[in-house]
Design a protein around this ligand. Structure first.
Ligand SMILES: Nc1ncnc2c1ncn2[C@@H]1O[C@H](COP(=O)(O)OP(=O)(O)OP(=O)(O)O)[C@@H](O)[C@H]1O
Ligand SMILES: [Mg+2]
Length: 295
């Protein structure tokens, strides 16, 4: 299904992103590839889907398959390692502020910073070569949109920064000058963007319903303006039986949307996944979805 080492799953809320990401990761693991499934959803559900109690970081799901959740804590830690204290020293010389409060403040005022660090985290994981495959489960669409808009937002935000900071008489409080910190920051941002473009395969998960299909047009257009594209689309929850009036009506409605999805996803690989009569849980349940995805 993929040549790139990192696959990101995006889509509207509740369409089956985590389920499909889990199924993809399980498939790679079963092929003998050392695989990590990582979630950047602030309310992640991977542990539930795999019915796991092991909360190690990363946790072992089965042979070759590890699971990690990238939360606010990891993002803060990364912030600390890369910029935290230098920028903090400068700020705290002007305003009296506790370090934790400062980090919360800065991650909330700089648009896209959380996402920036998440991409950076995954990029470093990919570069480390620890895993043959990384499968990335995201939060509902807003996060993905932030990801692709992030460098621009950050750039705009930082534009007036040199002017402001160079006027501050700070002496030599920090090791690097604040301008150098900002420069490093922009460089990391550019590298992250390049990583997203070159090394990440985007998979969109959707369902055959009016709202979901309607959103696709907007998303594809937005992606295209940033020179990104989805290479694969999964249509989930397809009704395959019609042994009642209710199901027949539902199925007919779905078929119309499925056709429409195929027509707007020209050039992408489209995979159809049936709606199962039961929830998808545990390794066996997830394996059922793997079978469909890699038929
Ligand atoms: N093909 C399917 N057949 C039956 N149930 C499914 C199917 N795909 C997903 N589900 C069920 O739908 C629910 C939502 O799936 P999932 O958590 O993967 O969606 P999500 O897009 O990750 O949601 P969120 O936006 O909240 O992260 C789960 O209970 C899952 O078991
Ligand atoms: Mg999910």
């Amino acid at each position: 299904m993929t040549q790139k080492n990192v696959t990101m799953f995006g889509g509207k809320g509740g369409v089956g992103k985590t389920t499909c990401a889990g199924a993809t990761a399980l498939h790679y693991a079963n092929e003998g590839l050392n695989t990590l499934i990582i979630s950047t959803d602030p309310t992640p559900s991977l542990f539930d889907i795999f019915e796991m109690n092991d909360h190690n970081k990363p946790a072992k799901v089965t042979n070759n398959l590890h699971l990690a959740e990238l939360g606010t804590e990891e993002v803060k830690e990364m912030w600390n390692n890369k910029f935290g204290h230098e920028v903090y020293e400068v700020f705290s010389s002007m305003v009296s502020i506790e370090y934790d409060e400062f980090v919360d403040f800065i991650t909330s005022i700089l648009p896209g910073l959380q996402e920036e660090f998440m991409v950076n985290y995954i990029r470093e994981l990919a570069l480390s070569g620890t895993y043959d495959r990384i499968v990335w489960d995201t939060a509902p669409l807003g996060q993905t949109m932030h990801l692709i808009n992030m460098p621009e937002m950050l750039r705009n935000h930082l534009k007036p920064a040199p002017k402001i900071y160079s006027r501050l008489k700070l002496g030599s409080i920090s090791k690097r000058s604040i301008l150098k910190v900002l420069e490093d920051w922009s460089e990391i941002s550019a590298q992250d963007m390049q990583f997203l473009k070159q090394d990440v395969q985007f998979t969109m998960v959707t369902i055959p319903e009016a709202l979901a299909v309607h959103q696709l047009d907007g998303i594809f257009a937005e992606f295209a303006t940033h020179d990104f594209k989805f290479s694969q689309i999964i249509i989930n929850n397809i009704i395959e039986t019609n042994d009642s009036d209710f199901l027949r009506t539902k199925r007919e409605q779905q078929q119309g949307y499925i056709k429409r999805i195929h027509s707007i996803c020209d050039g992408m690989q489209v995979i159809e996944v049936p709606l199962f009569p039961h929830e998808i849980k545990g390794l066996q349940g997830v394996a059922e979805i793997s079978k469909v995805l890699f038929r």
